[in-house]
Ligand binder design. Structure first.
Ligand SMILES: NC(=O)c1ccc[n+]([C@@H]2O[C@H](COP(=O)([O-])OP(=O)(O)OC[C@H]3O[C@@H](n4cnc5c(N)ncnc54)[C@H](OP(=O)(O)O)[C@@H]3O)[C@@H](O)[C@H]2O)c1
Length: 345
């Protein structure tokens, strides 16, 4: 629980000691955030309690989304944190536009729903959650397909993006960004955007480092936010396939974590933040979210240890996005423009 006059818990981390990344606007994003996707088995109330608990140990960055179905509870938690004395400007709150709200007339109302649920009057970052405007019900199985599924259509995406730009103009959001994008799609967006993406949220963990996209976004001044930084050991069944590998069981990660006396999960998070992404690990357990924050705020890993983890990349994408496929006979690889061009409709 937060004290009425907010104080960081004695075993917590002073937020001033948590590294940050700077953005072209001059804003600084804390280099670690708390994920809030309960993966279908953690209730909104539990996630909300973790938000309050995480704030009380020094977290200031919270990664939310309408589709997580818990923004109302998270909003109450954020209100409690501010009542406890944390200034709004000290917080970084992200939300995301879900795939059934890409229509020009739908974007601003969807944003305002999130804003109201989160009990805020502006967001720090608003992302287009996926580049595909395909509705599928939350919790559906990986082989379910929408009869109205559509491919990435750049003109349609830009119509959605113009509405995000309007949100900036209206002073309702400080930064806008993307998620689950590829280099070919981002090239088109940068060519046509009036306000470019400040951040791109992407899957990033030791077994899936996406070096090409990671380099590209950095070269273009876009901050990579890394989701599933631990390899998402608690992800829903529908997001698991037999080929998936387990980061926290990787022999290099395990050996290093033993030597450094860190849990492999916290080592993955620490590596991510030091590598240059902003990891957003999920946990509702105080010991775990605190350990992750402390790992990021502690002395850096040696170069040789960073290099050892760089060497374990297996190109193992966990969140494949199968539900977004739009025609028969496709594989999930088609969603990720692996041959360097946007996969044709
Ligand atoms: N943009 C997108 O499309 C997208 C996609 C996926 C996820 N996300 C965001 O990314 C966030 C993180 O991804 P994720 O939740 O899938 O995966 P993750 O952060 O890689 O893994 C979370 C799991 O790791 C465990 N864990 C965390 N810290 C630990 C520690 N120190 N020791 C041991 N276990 C630990 C948690 O369990 P306990 O709760 O038991 O600690 C939880 O089961 C999400 O919550 C969401 O905000 C975004």
């Amino acid at each position: 629980m937060l004290l009425p006059t907010f104080q960081i818990a004695p075993d917590g981390v002073d937020p001033a000691r948590v590294p940050t990344r700077s953005l072209p606007t001059g804003a600084r994003i804390p280099a670690i955030g708390l994920g809030t996707f309960g993966s279908d088995h953690v209730s909104g109330e539990e996630v909300a309690a973790a938000v309050v608990g995480a704030a009380s140990v020094g977290y200031r960055h919270f990664d939310c989304a309408a589709v997580y179905g818990n923004e109302r509870q998270v909003g109450q938690a954020l209100r409690e944190v501010q009542r406890g004395g944390v200034r709004r400007e000290a917080l970084w709150v992200t939300s995301k536009l879900w795939n059934d709200k890409h229509g020009e007339a739908d974007v601003i109302p969807a944003f305002k729903r999130s804003l109201a649920d989160l009990q805020l009057d502006y967001l720090d970052l608003y992302l287009v959650h996926w580049p595909f405007p395909n509705f599928h019900p939350p919790g559906c199985s990986g082989d379910s397909r929408s009869p109205d599924a559509k491919p990435y259509l750049h003109d349609a995406f830009m119509r959605t993006w113009r509405q995000l730009e309007r949100l900036v103009d209206l002073g309702l959001v400080r930064h806008i960004g993307t998620s689950n994008m590829t280099v070919p799609k981002l090239e088109l967006l940068l060519r046509d955007a009036r306000i470019g993406p400040a951040c791109n949220e992407m899957e990033l963990h030791p077994h899936f480092q996406q070096p090409e996209l990671f380099r590209w976004v950095n070269e273009h001044g876009i901050v990579p936010i890394g989701y599933c930084p631990i390899g998402s050991p608690g992800r829903p069944e529908r997001d698991r396939t037999p080929e998936d590998s387990v980061d926290v069981e990787d022999p290099v990660v395990v050996a290093l974590s033993r030597r450094l006396e860190l849990h492999p999960a916290s080592l993955c998070v620490k590596w991510g933040a030091q590598h240059g992404q902003v990891p957003i690990p999920f946990s509702v357990k105080r010991a775990n979210y605190l350990a992750n924050l402390r790992a990021v705020a502690s002395a850096p890993l040696a170069e040789a240890d960073m290099a050892a983890i760089a060497g374990v990349d297996r190109g193992c994408r966990l969140i494949k996005g199968q539900v977004f496929l739009w025609k028969e006979g496709q594989s999930w690889h088609d969603l990720w423009d692996e041959d360097g061009r946007v996969t044709p409709a």
